[in-house]
Design a protein around this ligand. Structure first.
Ligand code: TXA
Ligand code: MG
Length: 324
């Protein structure tokens, strides 16, 4: 794939509309954007970034009205959230709130909450508003590298992996947005950024997770979705036989639901993909896990997926979910 750097906003809108990725400037750092409501498009973000695991992404809104179309604004926090958005939106300020169903699980890595922000960058704002859809966008760097603050940085990171980078020069802040959780009248800072503790404390009591002792792996954060049903990994469901009075759910990759004889052994089956497509599997992973988890099964078994490309991120998630 040839990666083009240009200032063509119409081309960006068109690519995003059909589920492709575009590198976009924001006031903080360049982001790698996809339509947030299209799970397969979002899977491409993890693929392009070589992320070995799924991290929840920030959803960027086209305008304020979109907030209540993707997130829940609890009555008890409505006033505070209104005050914060009046003051800091549009701008480098991200809020974590309970998510609504329209947001695909892959966007939030299976969490019940979604991070939302409204960028003030004129180019980003124009594209989002023309598209009139929220955009999932992490920083446009490969995994483990520093966030890009120019279009050339994005090209250095993602050349050949995305069709378009929209160039609007250097970003203003150069560091990522401040992320807060708002709950029960309190603000908790999850990531420090351009909006400071002092600024926030004019609105409510502020606690800081960012100052808490470091957790060795971000995947161990309690905020990561973990199924309550025990999960086991297997190579092939054809070779797996549940105990007689055990209700077992199957998350299928290889057996694709399996022969009728195989499927019958399971209390429930979810296929990650019908055509051995890792993007589709990634897009379906958290939703299917959550559905199986809701069935009060004794056990869920998941077939291992090939660990290349996006498959590594899928396997990472499955392994974490099974180590308990
Ligand atoms: O300035 C920014 O925020 C940039 C620009 C592109 O908007 N974006 C950015 O995204 O920094 P990213 O993916 O590099 O960092 C997003 C971080 C995740 O690593 C995670 O810590 C946090 O946001 N996050 C996202 N959703 C969350 C959720 N539901 N709960 C807690 N943390 C969340
Ligand atoms: Mg990042």
């Amino acid at each position: 794939m040839k990666t083009v750097i240009s200032t063509d906003r119409a081309a960006a809108v068109e690519l995003l509309r059909k589920g492709d990725l575009v590198g976009l400037p924001t006031e903080t750092v360049y982001g790698l954007a996809a339509s947030a409501l299209n799970a397969v498009a979002v899977a491409k973000i993890f693929e392009a970034k070589d992320r070995p695991r799924f991290d929840p992404l920030i959803v960027h809104l086209p305008n304020r009205e979109w907030l209540e179309r993707i997130a829940e604004v609890p009555a008890s926090d409505r006033q505070l959230i209104g005050n914060l958005t009046d003051k800091f939106w549009p701008g480098p300020f991200t809020m974590v709130l309970p998510k609504l169903k329209v947001v695909p699980e892959i966007v939030t890595a299976g969490l019940g909450t979604v991070a939302v922000r409204l960028s003030i960058h004129p180019v980003f704002a124009e594209i989002a508003s023309e598209l009139d859809e929220p955009l999932a966008a992490p920083s446009a760097n490969r995994f483990g590298r520093v966030s890009p603050t120019t279009a050339q940085h994005v090209l250095d990171e993602l050349n050949g992996r995305i069709p378009l980078i929209v160039d609007a020069g250097r970003t203003e802040h150069g560091i990522e947005s401040t992320i807060v959780a708002v709950q029960d009248g309190r603000i908790t800072v999850l990531r420090r950024g351009p909006i400071t503790h002092e600024q926030l404390s004019q609105f409510a009591k502020v606690a800081s997770l960012a100052g808490a002792p470091k957790i060795s792996s971000p995947g161990q954060l309690p905020s990561h979705y973990a199924p309550k049903t025990p999960l086991g990994l297997i190579d092939n469901a054809e070779d797996f036989f549940p105990h007689k009075d055990q209700r077992v759910g199957l998350l299928a990759w290889k057996s694709n639901g399996g022969s009728p004889g195989t499927t019958k052994r399971f209390a429930a089956v979810r296929n990650l993909t019908d055509r051995a497509d890792l993007r589709e599997a990634a897009a379906n992973l958290f939703r299917h896990l959550r559905e199986l988890d809701a069935l009060d099964l004794d056990l869920i078994v998941a077939e291992r997926v090939p660990s290349q490309g996006l498959g590594a991120a899928i396997m990472d998630r499955l392994e974490r979910a099974s180590h308990r």
